[in-house]
Write a protein that binds this ligand. Structure first.
Ligand code: IMP
Ligand code: ZN
Length: 336
């Protein structure tokens, strides 16, 4: 074995299916955006951008990032740099997600925000395939959620592959937004829902599961009913270990709920959630899983390979990606 586990995890081809755009900005991207804006807004240059994870720093960091991505060109730069970084880290297929946002000061609208992101996603490149999941925020009114579905329909042909429910887990109720998700589903959009990230969400879990989501984010707290439904319906779970640790929904990685999924051989995908604010790239999530649960390189490859089944895309692309993975494995046989 020539490489360290960390190097192996970078080289390993990976899919990333749970990455929020604004949570994914690296310090380098933040600094570039500050340079662009500091003449007009000198206060941005005064914010101290951390270079590594500082517990409890991610809320102010999110607020700061939103000040940086408040116009279309900044959104394009942020999207392009984020895609570059995922590609450099060995991600071959990325479903980036974001909540369309407007800013009255700069004139950015939800439509121009979305157009900015999609225009970059559409830029031709050979190292990574990028698709987009449009997010509905739990704080949204039903009208706002329906507006997101309108946008998804209007821009469907431009790489939007699914709809997400995200945002403050202690705010709002899924059922208030349900008609929007039903309409999205009727129109053929797969759904991924941030699910039971905190124990208080267990109350709405039967409602969420009854809409038959195609993937679930986190699924940290599962009672018997939830586990039974998720296993029976074979719903893949997007796992974000560092995010759960930083947000304190997991106390130690050894006790992370991925443990049960591993034991029960239930499908999951290792994801970053917010690689920028949590300082953990996709390869690092693989390394952490490997080290925490003593997984072999072959098992890490299998986790990555099986994740292809969970992408919001067609069978032809899945088959193509699987071939890329198997060819890579053959070429790197000495690394196993
Ligand atoms: P954006 O949608 O590109 O603006 O990405 C940032 C947004 O993603 C945040 O404002 C939250 O709404 C959402 N988000 C990021 N991480 C999490 C999480 O762990 N749970 C729920 N929502 C999240
Ligand atoms: Zn998330």
């Amino acid at each position: 074995m020539a490489s360290s586990l960390a190097e192996f995890c970078v080289q390993l081809p990976k899919v990333e299916l749970h990455a929020h755009l604004n949570g994914s900005l690296s310090p380098a991207t933040m600094r570039e955006l500050v340079e662009r804006k500091k003449a007009e807004k000198p206060e941005l240059a005064e914010f101290r951008i951390p270079d590594s994870l500082e517990m409890d720093s991610f809320f102010p960091l999110f607020k700061f990032i939103y000040k940086l991505t408040d116009d279309e060109e900044s959104v394009r730069i942020a999207t392009r740099k984020t895609i570059d970084e995922f590609a450099k880290d060995g991600v071959k297929y990325l479903e980036l997600r974001s909540t369309p946002r407007k800013n009255d000061e700069t004139g950015m609208t939800k439509i121009s925000y979305l157009e900015a992101v999609l225009s970059v996603i559409e830029e031709p490149r050979t190292d990574i395939i990028v698709k987009f999941i449009i997010s509905i925020d739990r704080r949204n009114t039903l009208e706002e959620a329906q507006e997101v579905v309108d946008l998804a329909l209007a821009f469907q042909s431009r790489g939007i592959v699914g709809i997400d429910l995200c945002g403050d887990v202690k705010v709002g109720l899924f059922n208030n937004l349900r008609p929007a998700f039903e309409r999205a589903k009727e129109n053929g959009f797969p759904l991924t829902i941030h699910f039971n990230e905190v124990i208080e969400n267990l109350g709405e879990a039967p409602d969420v599961l009854s809409i038959k989501p195609d993937r679930l984010g986190h699924a940290t707290f599962l009672d018997d009913y939830c586990r039974q439904v998720i296993y029976k319906e074979n719903i893949p779970v997007e796992i974000c270990m560092t995010s759960n640790l930083v947000c304190k929904t997991t106390s130690v990685l050894k006790e992370h709920h991925i443990k049960e999924l591993l034991n029960d051989n239930h499908p999951f995908i290792l994801c970053t959630d917010d690689k920028g604010v949590f300082f953990s790239e996709a390869s690092n999530e693989y390394r952490l899983a490997g080290e925490t649960f003593d997984l072999s390189r072959n098992e890490l490859f299998e986790i990555s390979y099986r994740s292809i089944n969970a992408i919001f895309n067609n069978e032809e692309l899945k088959t193509g990606l699987k071939k890329v993975w198997l060819d890579w494995k053959k070429e790197h046989a000495s690394e196993f």
